[in-house]
Design a protein around this ligand. Structure first.
Ligand SMILES: *[C@@H]1O[C@H](CO)[C@@H](O)[C@H](O)[C@H]1NC(C)=O
Ligand SMILES: *[C@@H]1O[C@H](CO)[C@@H](O)[C@H](O)[C@H]1NC(C)=O
Ligand SMILES: *[C@@H]1O[C@H](CO)[C@@H](O)[C@H](O)[C@H]1NC(C)=O
Length: 800
């Protein structure tokens, strides 16, 4: 009897446990989900294009803009659609933008001598939008052709109107298309409305065929498989080329005709299908609106004048930015505020939606030798969905796991609900084993731009778990939130798009609900790291109490450690006995984040386990990695005689225990040593930021010179946070606190001005900065982690 009772009690206990995990917070959750997804439905989520709007729905609508100078034969070569570092684009990107409202993008195209501005505004219900495209030519007589294209991966879209002059491609009126897409909610239409001041080009060298007439809008559609819709630019030019081949049968060479006519799209084969091109050829400046309306929406854009609506949008963005980003002295002046707004907008404007297949390589790796990722083939899996920022629109149309946590930090302050939406999308990509690929390269379009060796990632390779930085930040924001919302108070009737941005932060129930849903995946991910990246304790003879919390990056190259994110940072020889101090530090961060999460979702058993592991990690950082002789934390390796040795290269790797604040605040000797090295110009200090590698290291600026001296904004940001952490801790000695404050104040100003000055000088943010002269280097238009400059401007002027 007792046994039965006990069993019953146990079952009940389990049940209540399960139920308590699924109980929704006292909050209109469904309402929130709707408003949140609707406000993020449409966006320039094809951020690898200069302008590519699409909804955040798989197999739906892909749109884009293509343009080229139409008055010269080599205009073909200057055709633009997809961001490309080879283009002579002086500046581009969203400069005033919020994914929930819309915004403005400017493209200064020095190849085409054309400035394009696009203004994008969404209706309050998120379903409808207007895109205003404005062109300003540097020479008022120049002629440009602008092609807007809409590709349907599913559903229908048809031309609604009459063709002019007996043609099957010329349109005199505004173009109107009617469509239907179930996943989007049904019927919609798209109108392309010309400004009355536009002047269309006139040319009549092909007088025997009026379908080349550039003075009218050209419209052609054709059938394309859904996986090829992204190739709209190539397809456009293929059709134009086919037209030219027809002309060759005429009694003249093509050079006797004008390019203004030659490069007009025609429908000589009577095509009709899912990919639609609308081409307009203007003399001088131009402007037209593209208006998208869902038929069932109550919030349609009806009028022909959207100027007021656009102004309203910009006011909303200004207001949100001013509320969320109070910059601190000396950066609270107009020029820095504009700069900050522009940088944050550019980061937000890079947000991309991917939904496609991926390739992976599940081969076991050799434990004791160099890993060469020679695979270029892999099984196709999926489709997978990802909503992500990108490091650089010029180079990457993919997500990067190592970068993403950094991208999200500035977004957390601006719109933590958006940050959580992105984090969720990433966490859902963690597979059953707990692994996630460092580079998320989904689909052929993304693969077409990726480095060959990154296309098929190996499922045994890790990269730094930076998403944990963002999760911890949101938990911290929530704990310090001033205006905590009571679920009751937030009735659904006041919940609208404008109230979104920090709802999870201000409503702990909601955050707890979110974290509970993702916890199982996070746990798997964490255990994957512990199991697969654990170091080998057999070869290390050292006085340490715990042989579990030691780690080694799997998948090293000869002189590189790509999984660490700092590819060519100097390390020891590839050896099974190697132990990496940066990975142990990342595990410290991850374990601490896991216990913060376990605490707020009330998983107390897990919390105890995480705390024990965290203490072991903190202990091992000193016991295993502190080299008394070198006065820094170092990798450990094994020499030819099988003795374990320290492998010390002062820089970002040796700073990692400090960066993740894993050093005990009472450990004055170590803290002071590290702070002095930070401030030492012969080691880590430069006037532009903290160097990645000490000037004293033998590898300084040697070899590929990627992470061997130059300055990275992401790590400098973490250093500033760590300085603030120790500098404001009463248990840290006065000596160390004073040092921390002194470095903090100067470093903060140096790093902001480095990025600011180069942005002003070159029009771009850069991947890294030269530590001798502050010049931006490597990839440009790098609004990934370099955007952290806005978070730095928001930090206090000094440590209090
Ligand atoms: C194009 O933009 C650049 C940079 O903002 C500006 O200096 C130039 O005056 C613009 N040209 C025209 C024709 O608007
Ligand atoms: C300082 O140390 C004491 C004793 O170890 C501890 O209780 C306190 O929380 C510490 N203060 C901070 C700011 O860490
Ligand atoms: C930006 O650069 C120009 C020169 O290119 C300079 O005259 C101006 O002072 C700079 N602006 C700021 C705010 O530093």
């Amino acid at each position: 009897m007792d046994g039965v009772l006990l069993a019953l009690l146990l079952i009940c206990f389990r049940l209540t446990n399960v139920i308590s995990e699924l109980i929704e917070p006292n909050f209109p959750q469904d309402e929130y989900n709707n408003i949140n997804s609707n406000s993020l439905l449409w966006g320039p989520y094809r951020s690898n294009l200069y302008l590519g709007l699409r909804p955040r729905i798989p197999d739906s609508i892909l749109t884009g803009l293509l343009w080229f100078p139409a008055d010269t034969f080599h205009g073909v070569l200057l055709s633009k659609q997809s961001c490309d570092p080879k283009h002579n684009i002086k500046k581009f990107g969203w400069t005033d933008y919020d994914p929930r409202y819309g915004g403005i993008e400017t493209i200064v195209d020095d190849d085409c001598k054309l400035n394009i501005t696009t203004e994008f505004v969404k209706s309050d219900d998120g379903q409808n939008w207007v895109l205003r495209v404005k062109g300003k030519t540097h020479n008022k007589h120049s002629i440009n052709s602008i092609v807007y294209h809409v590709g349907m991966q599913d559903g229908e879209l048809d031309f609604d109107g009459e063709f002019a002059g007996g043609s099957n491609n010329l349109v005199e009126e505004d173009v109107k298309l009617n469509g239907n897409l179930k996943s989007l909610g049904g019927m919609f239409d798209i109108k392309i409305i010309d400004d009355i001041d536009n002047v269309m080009a006139v040319s009549n060298t092909i007088d025997f065929d009026n379908s080349y007439d550039p003075s009218l809008t050209h419209y052609v559609s054709l059938t394309v498989p859904k996986d090829e819709v992204w190739k709209a630019s190539e397809i456009f030019w293929t059709i134009v080329k086919l037209n030219l081949e027809q002309l060759e049968t005429v009694d003249k060479t093509t050079y006797e005709f004008s390019p203004i006519e030659l490069f007009q799209i025609r429908n000589s084969f009577g095509f009709k299908g899912n990919l639609h091109f609308i081409q307009k050829t203007f003399v001088g400046d131009f402007q037209f609106d593209i208006v998208f309306n869902m038929h069932e929406s109550n919030d349609k854009f009806d009028s022909d004048d959207f100027t007021g609506k656009l102004d309203e949008t910009f006011n909303l963005i200004d207001d949100k930015f001013t509320r969320k980003y109070q910059l601190n002295v000396p950066f609270n002046t107009q020029e820095y505020i504009s700069f900050a707004k522009e940088i944050l907008s550019q980061l937000l404007g890079g947000i991309t939606y991917l939904n496609d297949d991926r390739k992976i390589n599940t081969d076991e790796m050799k434990e004791d030798s160099v890993h060469i990722n020679s695979k270029i083939e892999g099984g196709n899996e999926g489709p997978y969905e990802l909503f992500t920022c990108v490091s650089s629109r010029l180079f990457a149309s993919r997500g990067g796991y190592w970068d993403e946590g950094f991208h999200l930090l500035p977004i957390c302050d601006y719109d933590s609900d958006l940050a959580l939406e992105i984090i969720k999308s990433w966490i859902l990509l963690i597979d059953d084993s707990g692994w996630i690929a460092k580079e998320q390269i989904l689909g052929d379009e993304a693969r077409s731009k990726a480095y060959a060796e990154t296309i098929v990632p190996n499922t045994h390779i890790a990269s730094p778990p930076t998403l944990m930085l963002a999760l911890s930040k949101i938990i911290k924001l929530s704990e310090s939130s001033q205006n905590v919302i009571d679920g009751h108070a937030l009735a659904s009737d006041i919940l609208d798009k404008k109230s979104l941005g920090s709802l999870h932060e201000e409503n702990m129930d909601l955050l707890v609900f979110y974290l509970r849903k993702l916890y199982a995946k996070l746990q798997k991910h964490y255990e994957w790291f512990r199991e697969t990246q654990r170091g080998n304790s057999d070869e290390i003879e050292r006085d340490y109490s715990n042989n579990k919390e030691i780690y080694r990056w799997k998948g090293r190259g000869e002189d590189t450690t790509p999984p660490s994110g700092m590819d060519d940072y100097p390390r020891g020889d590839v050896d099974i006995g190697e132990l990496n101090v940066d990975l142990l530090s990342w595990m410290g961060l991850m374990t601490r984040s896991m216990y913060e999460i376990a605490e707020i979702i009330e998983k107390y058993d897990d919390l105890r386990t995480y705390k024990e592991r965290y203490n072991d990690i903190v202990k091992n950082i000193v016991d295993v990695h502190w080299s008394e002789n070198d006065g820094m934390f170092c990798d450990v390796n094994v020499d030819e005689d099988d003795n374990d040795i320290f492998e010390c290269h002062e820089g970002y790797v040796t700073l990692m225990p400090f960066i993740h604040t894993l050093i005990d605040s009472s450990d004055n000797i170590k803290l002071v040593k590290i702070l002095k090295a930070l401030k030492d110009p012969s080691k880590l200090w430069s006037n532009y930021g903290i160097r990645s590698l000490s000037k004293k290291d033998l590898n300084y600026h040697k070899g590929e010179d990627y992470w061997r001296g130059n300055i990275y904004v992401n790590i400098n940001y973490l250093i500033l946070e760590a300085l603030y952490h120790y500098g404001s801790d009463e248990n840290v000695s006065e000596e160390a606190r004073n040092l921390a404050n002194e470095i903090y104040v100067e470093l903060r100003e140096n790093i902001v001005n480095t990025v600011f000055n180069e942005y002003n000088r070159t029009g771009y943010a850069w991947e890294q900065y030269n530590e001798e002269n502050g010049v931006g280097e490597k990839s440009r238009h790098f609004l990934g982690w370099t955007s952290l400059v806005v978070s730095i401007m928001k930090m206090p002027k000094e440590i209090t």
